[in-house]
Design a protein around this ligand. Structure first.
Ligand code: DGL
Length: 271
């Protein structure tokens, strides 16, 4: 590992996820800091990460990150993926001399809200089974009751929704139903512990069996990123660059959606 280089003005920041979920984090970072050269990288060749075994996930993220860092030379990397953050941050930090900002389930803020009695942490099967998530609950739940709920399909439904594919109300309602628990106390807050889920937020609100607070960690991640960088320089007018590991060009629906997140043209991955 080399010594850290000083961070330049208009630093490059790489925002990484298995797929499109990290766009919810990218949106908050670009709202907060107009001076960053943002690159959005999605490992769509291997999506979803939620079903990968621990060793496979660490090996994959580590090798993709080697390539991305060599190519884009970011001053900071955001792992905008809960599933990858639960396992890979120590490995990445040991290998690369740049700061990594990870994504943590917002259990602490959820349980610190005065009215919170019972929260559900909605996440991928990978995040749910990891020691990292259980340790967060141990440390921060306090008197708050926590239900840890794994969803097999919600990330894929969010992905389909953004790509103009099928994501029916029925399928979404089925995935979120286990996060609504009523036995003595009732779920009042749902922690969105997968960056894909806020892409569906409007529909989640409509399909919820009763109203709850939905906690999206993206604004807190953006604040953390800003705090790790020098004071903002002049705003940049360039579009966000995108990198898809599959090398597939986005279809017309996805291209439209990407534009809404400030992404112009997708870069060819292996040129
Ligand atoms: N967006 C990823 C997360 O925050 C998960 C999606 C996947 O399973 O790849 O956990």
């Amino acid at each position: 590992m080399n010594a850290r280089a000083p961070i330049p003005a208009n630093p490059a920041v790489l925002v990484f996820d298995s797929g499109l979920g990290g766009l919810t984090v990218l949106r908050e970072i670009s709202a907060l800091r107009r001076d960053l050269k943002l690159i959005y990288a999605a490992d769509d060749e291997v999506f979803p990460y939620g079903r990968l075994a621990d060793d496979a996930l660490i090996a994959r993220v580590s090798s993709v990150m080697d390539e991305l860092i060599a190519r884009y030379k970011p001053a900071l990397v955001v792992i905008a993926c809960n599933t990858a953050s639960t396992l890979t941050l120590p490995v990445l930090r040991a290998k690369h001399a740049i700061p990594f900002v990870g994504t943590v389930a917002a259990i602490q803020p959820a349980c610190a809200q005065w009215k919170t009695e019972r929260i559900s942490v909605l996440a991928t099967p990978g995040t749910v089974k990891r020691e990292y998530t259980r340790a967060l609950i141990e440390e921060f739940a306090g008197d708050c009751k926590v239900d840890l709920v794994g969803s097999e399909w919600l990330a894929s439904l969010a992905e389909a929704y953004l790509r103009g594919g099928e994501a029916t109300d029925e399928a979404i309602a089925k995935e979120i139903a286990p996060a609504f628990v009523k036995d003595g106390t009732r779920t009042d807050t749902v922690v969105l512990a997968c960056t894909h889920y806020p892409l569906l937020l409007d529909r989640l609100k409509l399909l919820a069996p009763w109203p709850v607070e939905w906690l999206d960690p993206a604004p807190a991640i953006a604040r953390r990123v800003a705090s790790r960088l020098p004071v903002p320089g002049l705003p940049l007018m360039e579009p966000v660059r995108a990198h898809f590991t599959s090398g597939k060009a986005p279809g017309p629906e996805l291209a439209k959606a990407l534009k809404r997140f400030g992404i112009g043209a997708a870069a060819r991955p292996h040129s």
